[in-house]
Design a protein around this ligand. Structure first.
Ligand SMILES: [Zn+2]
Length: 419
């Protein structure tokens, strides 16, 4: 199967993923192999892979509420058979929530709904999303700047679950499921041994691994690398990523899997090396970096998550929440500390003015500390809040990742409201 011209430009770094999203936004089918397609509508929705078998269709993931109907309509231009089985690669909504559309179609046809298979922890994740529904809605609204966002819950749960591996034969097609931990603790990658086709789920997402998201549950950088190494050993000829275009060719698939694993192994190894010497989180965060040879790869750009956030995740997984600064063990109220520093500086405006100078000099990390203290010491001061918003704009401008930009922007909007 030949790659198209746009893929080649994505692969060599001369096209951006936004161009690919525009190209697939009407719903695009990629023929993967005989009787296998992948369907895409946007980078931001999980890939949907469909396998035609003698027993009916097998779906790997389902898309999300605003793309599922379009996705299913595309599939129906290719094959009209009943959906026999749906595999969730993990419990995130951009992979699971299209099940409603698939079920509704089955109901309308008067045929049984498909069975759903997933890793055991998908059920636990769905329970957690219900228990933390308010928080998840707030965080997701912050991350994507959608005020008032309500996180969709209530997706149909798996009918069958497995723990480490599961080999299925459906309508003559062998479909092997492997569990690994990475972005989530409930992840599955799917291997079709006869075709040498791998559907990686979100272990491969055409950006730097999303294992450090600041406001999400613990993620697993080291285990993510282990899963990528397992996939590499399978020697796939086609790699269907969780997000972004399909990668054809054993050499390219191996390269993507290997580079991702190496980058994660580097961050894990260096973080643990310093932890084992007694380094504090502060020292580690300012020492461990992802090598540029990985960050330059078009499929490992830090556009979504930030390697620095991954380092935090690696640290916290083994070291708990305490960062090694005794003042943070039982901290004062932030507003009290800010007032005390403002008094020492000769007023909150002094802190803000120094923050403005530092940010102009490019020292945005220091500037953000001072601007936040100034804002906390004088929350109703319009000038200070305006400086705070300007400093945060510099912080936003300096970020490559959606996550970094998004969470600075949350507090910039706050500063603008207060000012
Ligand atoms: Zn996803």
């Amino acid at each position: 199967m030949a790659q198209d011209a746009l893929f080649e430009r994505l692969w060599n770094g001369t096209a951006q993923m936004e161009e690919w999203t525009a190209a697939v936004s009407a719903g695009a089918i990629t023929p993967v192999a005989e009787n296998i397609i992948a369907v895409h509508t946007t980078y931001f929705c999980g890939s949907v892979t469909v396998i035609r078998t003698d027993a009916g269709l097998v779906f790997i993931d389902t898309a999300k509420p605003d793309t599922a109907s379009q996705t299913l309509a595309r599939v129906r231009t290719w094959d009209d058979s009943p959906v026999h089985t749906v595999i969730y690669t993990h419990g995130h909504i951009d992979h699971t929530s299209g099940i409603q559309v698939i079920d509704a179609e089955a109901d309308a046809r008067g045929i049984p709904r498909p069975r759903i298979i997933a890793h055991r922890n998908v059920r636990r994740r769905m329970d957690r999303y219900e228990a933390s529904h308010g928080f998840n809605s707030i965080v997701q609204g912050q991350q994507f700047n959608k005020p008032g966002y309500v996180y969709p819950i209530g997706q149909r749960r798996p009918d069958e679950v497995y723990d480490d591996t599961l080999s299925l034969t459906i309508g003559g097609e062998q479909i092997d499921l492997f569990h690994g931990r990475g972005e989530t603790d409930d992840a599955t990658f799917v291997w079709l041994p006869r075709r040498r086709v791998l559907a990686s789920g979100d272990f491969v997402i055409w950006v730097f691994p999303n294992a450090g998201n600041p406001r999400k549950v613990q993620r697993y950088a080291a285990d993510w690398a282990v899963a990528l190494r397992r996939m590499e050993l399978l020697k796939p000829e086609v790699l269907i990523p969780g997000h972004g275009p399909v990668i054809f060719g054993e050499g390219r698939a191996a390269q993507v899997l290997r580079d991702g694993a190496e980058a994660l192994e580097h961050l894990t190894r260096e973080t643990l090396r310093l932890m084992n010497k007694g380094a504090t989180l502060d020292q580690i965060l300012h020492t461990v970096k992802a090598p540029s040879k990985y960050l330059e790869k078009p499929y490992l750009l830090p556009k979504y998550d930030d390697p620095e956030f991954l380092v935090r995740g690696i640290y916290h997984r083994d070291a708990g929440w305490f960062d090694g600064n005794p003042a943070h063990l039982k901290p004062a109220r932030n507003a009290d500390l800010a007032s005390e520093l403002a008094r020492l500086a000769g007023g909150a405006d002094k802190l803000a003015e120094r923050a403005a100078i530092l940010s102009e000099e490019g020292q945005t990390r220091l500037a953000a500390h001072l601007a936040e203290f100034a804002g906390a010491a004088a929350p109703k001061d319009e000038r200070i809040q305006a400086i705070r918003a300007a400093v945060l704009q510099k912080c936003i401008d300096g970020e490559t990742s959606l996550m970094g930009k998004a969470f600075f922007a949350v507090y910039q909007r706050e500063a603008r409201r207060m000012g």
